[in-house]
Design a protein around this ligand. Structure first.
Ligand code: SAH
Ligand code: SF4
Length: 357
């Protein structure tokens, strides 16, 4: 009996479990503790899709596992490839809600941009995900299985030297710090050496500024932090990112200053979307420098990606370059994020699932 592709009732999706939970469940089934590691490696290193493929286990054990657990992946509804190599997956969850994740290959590495929620509660004015409203949090398993589905497509399994997927950015749909527990569980599973093995230095969590959770994230997960700043005055930030009314810039920057994982070698990334005539003056650049004083920071300038009905336009390239020069002169690395995958609506802020219209 195989559970390949078949939806089994009463089975637990293995991607929902932490290593400890898996171990406990196996012991309950009368299996030995060390089996957990064997199974974990087969699933997360070798990409086993079916328990019958795990030949290190005897037939009875494989059958027992098949009865109680599933290795079911989300269904790939659409897979698009951009002219620049970026790929975007539209994945369907069990309840038919859809999420997107985007793989951005670079010469010697590749980052996968993962979603943490269906939609988003934050309602940022410039963000397509934000305007579609909030549907629900993703479970830990749904966050992890985005990586599993992508590794299936890319055949990125086994500890090959040429692994394509080296970094994870929690920067897709949703606000990770508003779904902290599930995100944290997923991150811990991703980090395990005997599995996917992407360490904390190769994971970046992006937040619009949920201040109380920033500290917790730094202490518990120690991942890289990216902060969507986008404005240098509370007046403008209140308008662009409504949560700023609750956690204004000063508090946000204090949390960044204290972020435990920030040091010389691991700077905080500040994301700054360039909106024409809104936040792109030279005075804004100077104020940004003043605000970031004392924080180990890098600034990512993001040309605004337009979407149908978007209320803003991107600043002109020359303006973005000039803005970047001012920051550079003050000693801040400020790369301009070249938009990737725009032709397939895979660029920052363009993600929008079909599950809510
Ligand atoms: N919720 C988190 C992570 C997801 S958004 C956050 O806000 O940080 C990922 C990044 O895309 C954020 O920096 C966000 O501000 C940016 N973004 C959203 N809409 C955009 C758009 N239309 N053009 C460019 N960047 C955008
Ligand atoms: Fe949510 Fe981030 Fe979009 Fe704001 S920018 S609406 S926090 S996904």
């Amino acid at each position: 009996m195989t559970n390949k592709g078949v939806r089994q009732e009463n089975t637990m999706n293995i991607f929902e479990l932490s290593f400890e939970e898996l171990t406990e469940a196996l012991i309950k089934l009368g299996l030995q503790k060390y089996r957990a590691k064997q199974i974990w490696t087969a699933v997360y290193c070798f990409g086993a899709r079916d328990f019958s493929d795990i030949t290190a286990l005897n037939k009875e054990t494989r059958e027992l596992l098949g009865k109680h657990f599933s290795l079911e992946r989300p269904v790939v509804s659409v897979l698009q490839k951009s002219a620049d190599g970026t790929q975007k997956w539209l994945l369907k969850n069990k309840d038919n809600s859809e999420i997107e994740c985007v793989f951005i290959p670079e010469e010697d590495r590749g980052a996968l941009c993962v979603s943490t929620q269906v939609g988003c509660l934050m309602g940022c004015k410039f963000c397509n995900t934000g305007t579609q409203g909030f549907v629900r949090n993703l479970s830990a398993g749904e966050i992890v299985s985005q990586i599993i589905a992508v590794k299936d497509t890319l055949n990125d399994w086994v500890a090959a030297d040429n692994r394509q997927l080296s970094n994870i950015v929690l920067m897709g749909m949703g606000e990770p710090l508003y779904n902290y527990d599930n995100t944290a569980k997923a991150v811990r599973n991703i980090m395990r050496d005997d599995g996917i093995g992407i360490g904390k230095r190769r994971i970046t969590l992006s937040t619009c500024g949920v201040v109380p959770m920033i500290e917790r994230c730094g202490q518990e997960l120690e991942v890289n932090l990216a902060v969507s700043l986008h404005a240098v005055t509370d007046e403008l930030r209140d308008e662009l990112i409504p949560i700023n009314k609750k956690y204004p810039i000063k508090e946000l920057l204090k949390a960044c200053k204290n972020y435990p994982a920030a040091s010389n070698s691991r700077r905080i990334t500040f994301e700054y979307v360039m909106l024409k005539g809104v936040n792109d003056s030279m005075a804004d650049a100077k104020e940004l420098i003043r605000l970031l004083r004392g924080i180990h920071a890098k600034i990512n300038l993001i040309p605004f990606n337009e979407w149908s009905g978007s209320p803003y336009q991107s600043s002109d390239w020359k303006v973005i370059e000039k803005f970047g020069d001012v920051l550079n002169e003050a000693g801040y690395a400020s790369p301009i994020r070249t938009p990737r995958g725009r032709d397939i609506m895979a660029a920052c802020g363009q993600l929008r699932s079909q599950s809510v219209e």
